[in-house]
Design a protein around this ligand. Structure first.
Ligand code: NAD
Length: 517
């Protein structure tokens, strides 16, 4: 099918948030649109919204290209129909049955469902091959990604026509399999799920988790702020649906905290209260990192994070030596820990070789600080830190062991500030905050590749465009090393003994290949 604004008429069913947004995106490009909704009030609201935004873009002349139709029979001239009605399988199937009569082949039918199986929606058609998914993101006129969902019976020409339509709307289409959550809503699950687990276990406050996600990993919004924006009910329902569709995959299990928020009617911004209260007006003030003031040398032990840390330190004018020079007096010392690269003696060499009043920072992303402190000659001087997310961010995760002396705690905090970073204390728990969240994202992306949802590059592209991640999960995996991701996941699995943390077999394979390379 040749797709263009001149030759193609679009039918859109459902004039709510998504339907009117998709209609506007099409009108921006000059498509003829038939917008149908069974509720006249919805059509009126859509007209107001569409006309306002067309006028803002100086495209008011395109307002004449849309027909607002209360009667589904008006959809007959449409070459492609996209449904965006309520998220209910029976309602969508009833609609597709009706469309089979109103818009016979070769018209293409698409569903904008977020959580239902497109295969099930299409199954009621006489020719299900002419249907596929076309999943836009909210707000549809702005967000660039469209997931085109290949259902079990979708024919290539239907998929290709929807890809071409997305492109002509100025969007970036990605083709995905018809599996729960498609790419974006699936791969993003751990961002919410692990944050909720961390909060539920008291490993960190929600403010600390959001701060680290935003200021240390570079996510545009921390998980709790984002859940408040999406709607805690919408997010929990998506989770529940994925959990049920996968027969209880533990990675998708909803968290009791979400359910309780729903019971309390605290659904996020739309109710004025969710994880945060939204009564006060005005911009949120982000904490700013202090100016770096550290003078002198810093010692860093060998580790995969060492080059990044050295580069950061040299950037602020601090001499950084990636060596273990016993007996020399540095201003701060950072030791890499990790089962694959850490020697306990190394930590003890640093403790012995640095000034007795200095804390020693020890990376504890794949060993808990408690494990390390138990083997340290001077556990009162050990401060855990997240070395993986140190160099690039403004905030640094710190962990205290029960043995940590007050004076060392204060000096550690001062040192981190003197390095120009915001110290954020969290509890000693496996994988800390960011490695646990980010490596579960890597793991989820690996499972999606393994299960044929899409290839690695497509998944990364979808996550950057669909949810604005600073990096694709698999690019992150490569940057830190798949073996590091695997070490953290195996550590989590070993500590929790939950299937939720089992590493994907593909990730294990990639980690081995990395060692061969
Ligand atoms: P919405 O409630 O804002 O709009 C739904 C509209 O459909 C309403 O105007 C309603 O009157 C109309 N409608 C219901 N049944 C109908 C029928 N049988 N025939 C014609 N019109 C009917 O919902 P929404 O947020 O726009 O979501 C619509 C679809 O898009 C859902 O499948 C949802 O999962 C999906 N989606 C939503 C988002 C989002 O962020 N809101 C993002 C991507 C996909």
């Amino acid at each position: 099918m040749n797709i263009s604004p001149e030759s193609t008429t679009l039918g859109i069913v459902g004039a709510g948030t998504m339907g009117s947004g998709i209609a506007l995106a099409a009108l921006y490009q000059g498509y003829r649109v038939i917008l149908q909704d069974s509720f006249p009030g919805a059509l009126e609201k859509a007209r107001e919204y569409i006309e306002t935004f067309l006028a803002k873009k100086g495209l008011s002349e395109n307002a004449g290209k849309v027909t607002y139709a209360p009667d589904p029979a008006a959809l007959a001239p449409a070459d492609i129909v996209i449904e965006a009605i309520i998220e209910d399988l029976a309602a969508k199937q009833d609609l597709f049955r009706a469309l089979d009569g109103i818009c016979p082949p070769p018209a293409i039918l698409a569903s904008n469902t977020s959580t239902l199986a497109v295969t099930a929606v299409a199954s009621v058609l006489a020719d299900p091959g002419r249907a596929a998914g076309m999943h836009f993101f909210n707000p549809a006129p702005l967000l660039p990604l469209v997931e085109v969902v290949r259902a079990a019976q979708s024919r290539d020409d239907a998929v290709q026509s929807l890809v071409a339509l997305a492109e002509s709307l100025g969007k970036t289409p990605v083709v995905t399999g018809d599996t729960p959550g498609f790419i974006v809503n699936r791969v993003a699950r751990p961002y919410y799920g692990e944050a909720l687990r961390l909060l539920g276990e008291g490993a960190a406050s929600l403010e600390a988790i959001d701060l680290l996600a935003e200021q240390s990993a570079g996510f545009r919004m921390g998980p709790f702020r984002l859940m408040d924006l999406i709607g805690i009910d919408i997010n929990a329902t998506a989770m529940q649906s994925m959990y049920e569709q996968t027969f209880g995959e533990p990675r998708y299990r909803p968290h009791p905290i979400q359910i309780q928020k729903m019971q309390a009617g605290m659904l996020g911004r739309k109710t004025g209260r969710g994880f945060y209260a939204y009564s006060e007006e005005g911009q949120r003030e982000l904490p700013q990192p202090p100016a770096p003031t550290l003078q002198g040398a810093v010692f860093i032990s060998e580790g995969s994070w060492a080059p990044g840390l050295k580069e950061y330190l040299e950037g602020i004018g601090v001499q950084a030596d990636v060596v273990t020079p016993p007996g020399m007096p540095p201003q701060a010392a950072f030791v890499a820990a990790g089962r694959d690269e850490f020697l306990v003696e190394h930590m003890n060499v640093y403790l012995a070789g640095t000034r007795a009043e200095l804390p020693v920072f020890v990376q504890c992303v794949d060993m808990t600080l408690a494990e390390l402190a138990a083997q340290a000659d001077e556990p009162e001087r050990l401060v855990g830190f997240d070395g993986l997310f140190f160099a690039g961010g403004k905030a640094v995760t710190l962990v205290a062991s029960p043995a940590l002396g007050d004076e060392f705690r204060a000096t550690a905090e001062e040192t981190i500030r003197a390095l120009g970073k915001i110290p954020v204390w969290v509890r000693d728990s496996p994988g800390l905050v960011l490695p646990r969240i980010v490596f579960q994202l890597v793991n989820e992306a690996a499972f999606a590749v393994l299960e044929g949802v899409a290839d690695a590059d497509t998944i990364d592209l979808a996550m950057r465009l669909g949810v604005n991640y600073p990096k694709g999960p698999l690019a992150w995996g490569r940057e830190f090393g798949y073996s590091k991701a695997l070490a953290v996941l195996d550590h989590l699995y070993g500590e929790y003994r939950e299937d939720r943390y089992r590493a994907c077999v593909l990730l294990r394979r990639w980690a081995r290949l990395e060692k061969l390379a």
